[in-house]
Design a protein around this ligand. Structure first.
Ligand code: AHR
Length: 325
């Protein structure tokens, strides 16, 4: 009985959180009167990047006059599947989501297709073979980001003869950015056997986990030259661990991260991080444009890649004050 009551309370809370960020209007259903309702399932709130991405989506929906039904999956695929099913039931005009992991989406995507609701993937990809299950995928090229991180390292150590011991903090296991940033990096450094990844573990894209895993790395590996963290937040957590171990981040251990959020850029400008590969979270405006097009039945490109750059310590000092997120 108690279980049943808890389940009902949970269902009520989930439904509330799914509508809490709506930017006006209700219902969905066809956009016939000109207004569009989008159901958006966000990964969670694991990082500074994610917070900026959520804000970008919510602000852009308002600006574009799109009614947004927003839900936070707390990094759980089952919550995203539940949210997408609820959006299908509510007959929204378009569903957009950032899939927490790459696999396991075919069934729910087929349900959306059968209900004739177009789906847009944003930020992260799925590995579905049937690409007709979604209209387009808007986001970064994560393999390229990993390659850029690797290229900086190869250049930084071009004259080194001794082995370069690298530890890697991976993003969420099974997620597209963790898979791709790992493989892109590996592809570039793999050409030279002096680069050795001596430890690699997930830090789930969070600061707390980044710190915890780096502490363990430091205990079992006395000779770490480089940390490659798949995002700024894990890198920032790791900096605390490195300082706690009496070492100097950026000097005793060189650090490469991905994202370029404000806190990361500050640490780069302060010399605690050595290089950041940008991953832009500001996907909202492009997402709303694509949504309008797919709802009208217009053709959209199957892949829209976000434009991004990289930052050295000097470059970070120059752009820090104008950083939007
Ligand atoms: O999918 C993008 C990644 O997810 C960002 O790099 C990371 O910070 C976030 O949590």
């Amino acid at each position: 009985m108690l279980k049943r009551i808890s389940a009902l309370v949970l269902a009520g809370l989930t439904a509330m959180s799914m509508t809490a960020c709506g930017s006006g209007g209700g219902g969905g259903g066809g956009g016939g009167g000109g207004s569009i309702t989008m159901g958006f399932s966000q990964v969670g709130a694991e990082s500074g990047w994610r917070t900026a991405n959520t804000k970008s989506v919510q602000d852009s929906a308002k600006t574009a006059g799109i009614t947004l039904k927003f839900s936070d999956a707390q990094q759980k695929q089952e919550n995203q599947i539940k949210a997408i099913r609820s959006y299908i039931q509510q007959k929204v005009d378009v569903i957009a989501f950032s899939p927490v992991v790459e696999s396991g989406w075919d069934t729910v995507l087929k349900e959306a297709k059968d209900a004739k609701i177009p789906v847009i993937l944003t930020d992260r990809a799925v590995d579905s073979k049937d690409t007709s299950l979604y209209k387009t995928f808007l986001g970064s090229d994560f393999v390229e980001e990993g390659k850029k991180a690797g290229q900086w390292l190869v250049n930084e150590y071009k004259d080194a003869k001794d082995p370069v011991n690298i530890v890697e903090l991976q993003g969420t296991t099974g997620s597209a950015p963790a898979n791709d940033r790992k493989s892109g990096f590996q592809e570039v450094i793999g050409a030279d056997p002096k680069f050795k990844i001596i430890a690699s573990q997930t830090g789930d894209f969070t600061r707390a986990k980044g710190k915890e895993v780096m502490e363990a790395f430091l205990k079992s590996n006395p000779d770490i030259d480089v940390l490659y963290a798949h995002n700024d937040d894990m890198g920032l957590g790791a900096i605390e661990a490195i300082e706690g171990a009496g070492k100097v981040p950026g000097k005793d251990i060189k650090i490469i991260t991905v994202d370029a959020v404000k806190d990361g850029m500050q640490a780069l400008a302060d010399g605690k991080i050595n290089f950041i590969v940008e991953c832009s979270p500001l996907l909202g405006p492009q997402l709303m444009d694509l949504a309008k097009k797919v709802v009208k039945g217009e053709q959209v490109p199957p892949r829209v890649v976000t434009e991004e750059t990289t930052f050295t310590q000097e470059q970070a000092k120059q752009v820090l004050s104008s950083r939007q997120y």
